[in-house]
Design a protein around this ligand. Structure first.
Ligand SMILES: Nc1ncnc2c1ncn2[C@@H]1O[C@H](COP(=O)(O)OP(=O)(O)O)[C@@H](O)[C@H]1O
Ligand SMILES: [Mg+2]
Length: 443
C-alpha cells in the first residue's frame, strides 16, 4: 500500500500538460484522480487515471465555491492547482477548503506573492545578491523618458503578474514587449498596465532562457532537475516544445537555492534565468507551480508530484537518485503552436534571432534529435495523445470565433460580486461527468 493510495486528488487546470503529468504520476502511485477545468474535454481527463471530470463554468470565486462542494461530495482529500490563477482562487478561500478536510497543495498567499509579483521577486533576489536585470516600475508615464535613458534601449516591458487578480476577475498579461524608442516605451507601459499595477520595465538581457526545477519544503529544496530547451513554443522565449534532461548547472542551482530559501518556498517552483554563458545568469522569474515540461523530469526519474505529496503528508520522501540525462521529449501540440508563431514573424522590435518560415517548417516537420519521444503518447495510457489534438484544435477554432478569448473575463460577468449577471450562461453549476466522451477506458 503506497502513501498515495488513500488520496483522492482533485487536479485543477486539467487542460495543461502538467495536469496530465500529475494525473499519470499520482494515478500510477495509486491515488484516485479527479480532473477539473473550464474546458469541455481537458487533456488530463483523457487519461485512464481520471476517475471523474468536473467542468467549471469559468474561473471565478463562485465557480470555485461550487467546485469545493462537488469536491467534498466526491471525497477529495487534496486539491492541486496548476496555474497561477487557480492558486489565487484557491487561496482566496483557503480556510473553507481546509474546513472541508481538503488540503490545499499550494503555498499560502503571502509566500505566493513573492513569486507571482515579478517586481517583488526581483526585490527578494536583489536582497540575496542574485544577478537581476536592472528593473524599474514606473508610477506615471512621465517617468518613461528617464527610465529609457537609464536602462538603454531596447528594453523589455511586461505585466507585473502573468494574471493579475483584480478582486473580482483576472487581467492577463499579453507577453513581453520589446521596445526601441521612448514613444514605444510609453505605449507598452500603457498596454501592460494591469489596473493599479504598473508594469515592470527591464534592461534587455541577451542569452538563452534556462530553467531549473524543484519542489521545496519549508524553503529547503527536496530535489532538483534541469533541462535544456531545444525549441521554445514562442521563438522569442517561452515554455518549450522540445526539451532534453540536462545535468544540473551549479551556476543556476546556487542562486535558485538561495532565493527559495529566502522566500521560505513551500511547493513546486521553476526558477527561470537568462544566460549568455559568460556572465552570471540573470534571474528572470519564479513560476511557483508545476511547470509545462513536468513530464520530462518524471520520465528522467524525478517524480516531483509524488515527492510533493509525501512532503505534504509528512511522509519520508523517496531519496532522489541521480536522474537520466538521455531523455528528450517533444510536445507535439506545442510544436504546432510554434509553427504558427514562426509563420506570424517576429514581434515588432524583437532584437534577438528569429527563425525564417523555412527553418520553422524544417525543424517541426524534419528529423528530430535521436531518441526523441512524444510527451503525451504512452501506450499504457493512449487517449491523451488524441485528446491533445482535440483540445488544441478546439482552442484554435474558439479563438478564431472569439468565443474563448479569455475565460477570466467571463468571470467578470458571472461573479458573485456582480449578482445581476451571475448565472446567465445557463451553466453556472460545475458539471460532474465520468468522462463519457472517451471512446473507452483503459487500465
Ligand atoms: N529582461 C529580459 N531580457 C530579455 N528577455 C526577457 C526579459 N524578461 C523577459 N524576457 C523574455 O520574455 C519571456 C517571458 O517573460 P517572463 O518574465 O518569464 O514572463 P512570463 O513567462 O510570465 O510571460 C522570458 O522567457 C524571456 O524570454
Ligand atoms: Mg517565464
Amino acid at each position: 500500500m503506497t502513501t498515495a493510495s488513500a488520496e483522492r486528488v482533485l487536479l485543477l487546470d486539467g487542460q495543461t500538460t502538467q495536469a496530465l503529468a500529475c494525473a499519470r504520476s499520482l494515478g500510477r502511485a495509486g491515488a484516485t484522480v479527479l480532473v477539473a477545468s473550464a474546458r469541455r474535454r481537458p487533456l488530463a481527463s483523457w487519461s485512464c487515471y481520471c476517475e471523474r471530470q468536473i467542468q467549471l463554468p469559468d474561473e471565478s470565486i463562485d465557480s470555485f465555491a461550487q467546485l469545493r462542494q462537488s469536491a467534498a461530495m466526491l471525497g477529495a482529500t487534496l486539491v492541486l492547482p496548476l496555474t497561477e490563477r487557480s492558486c489565487l482562487l484557491l487561496n482566496a478561500e483557503r480556510g473553507e477548503w481546509q474546513r472541508e478536510g481538503i488540503t490545499v497543495a499550494a503555498p499560502d498567499a503571502t509566500t505566493l506573492e513573492q513569486a507571482f509579483d515579478k517586481a517583488h521577486t526581483i526585490r527578494v533576489a536583489e536582497r540575496c545578491g542574485i544577478a537581476v536585470p536592472t528593473t524599474r516600475v514606473p508610477s506615471a508615464l512621465a517617468e518613461c523618458g528617464d527610465i529609457a535613458a537609464e536602462l538603454g534601449l531596447p528594453c523589455v516591458v511586461k505585466g507585473r503578474f502573468s494574471s493579475a487578480w483584480m478582486g473580482t476577475h483576472f487581467l492577463r498579461d499579453t507577453g513581453t514587449s520589446y521596445v526601441r524608442t521612448p514613444e514605444e516605451l510609453e505605449a507598452a507601459v500603457l498596454r501592460h498596465r494591469q489596473g493599479e499595477y504598473w508594469p515592470v520595465v527591464q534592461r534587455f538581457v541577451p542569452g538563452r532562457g534556462k530553467g531549473i526545477f524543484t519542489v521545496s519544503h519549508g524553503g529547503r529544496p527536496l530535489a532538483w532537475f534541469a533541462h535544456e530547451r531545444l525549441r521554445d513554443v514562442r521563438p522569442t522565449g517561452s515554455g518549450s516544445s522540445l526539451r532534453r534532461a540536462a545535468a544540473l548547472d551549479p551556476r543556476l542551482e546556487r542562486p535558485a537555492e538561495r532565493l527559495l530559501r529566502e522566500m521560505r518556498w513551500d511547493g513546486p517552483a521553476m526558477v527561470e534565468f537568462r544566460d549568455d554563458g559568460e556572465h552570471e545568469p540573470y534571474l528572470i522569474e519564479v513560476n511557483g507551480r508545476f511547470w509545462g515540461s513536468l513530464q520530462l523530469a518524471i520520465s528522467a526519474g524525478v517524480d516531483f508530484p509524488q515527492l510533493w505529496l509525501s512532503a505534504l503528508r509528512q511522509k519520508a520522501a523517496p531519496v532522489p537518485q541521480p536522474y537520466r540525462t538521455d531523455v528528450t521529449l517533444r510536445w507535439l501540440w506545442g510544436d504546432a503552436k510554434r509553427l504558427l508563431y514562426v509563420m506570424a514573424g517576429p514581434p515588432p522590435g524583437f532584437p534577438g534571432a528569429f527563425p525564417s518560415r523555412l527553418q520553422g517548417l524544417r525543424e517541426v516537420l524534419g528529423a528530430q534529435p535521436p531518441g526523441t519521444r512524444s510527451e503525451t503518447w504512452d501506450p499504457a495510457d493512449p487517449w491523451p495523445a488524441v485528446g491533445e489534438w482535440v483540445q488544441g484544435i478546439g482552442e484554435l477554432l474558439a479563438r478564431r470565433s472569439g468565443s474563448d478569448r479569455d475565460r477570466g473575463s467571463a468571470a467578470v460577468r458571472r461573479n458573485r460580486r456582480l449578482p445581476h449577471a451571475f448565472g446567465r450562461s445557463g451553466t453556472s453549476q460545475p458539471e460532474v461527468t465520468t468522462t463519457p466522451y472517451r471512446p473507452g477506458r483503459i487500465g
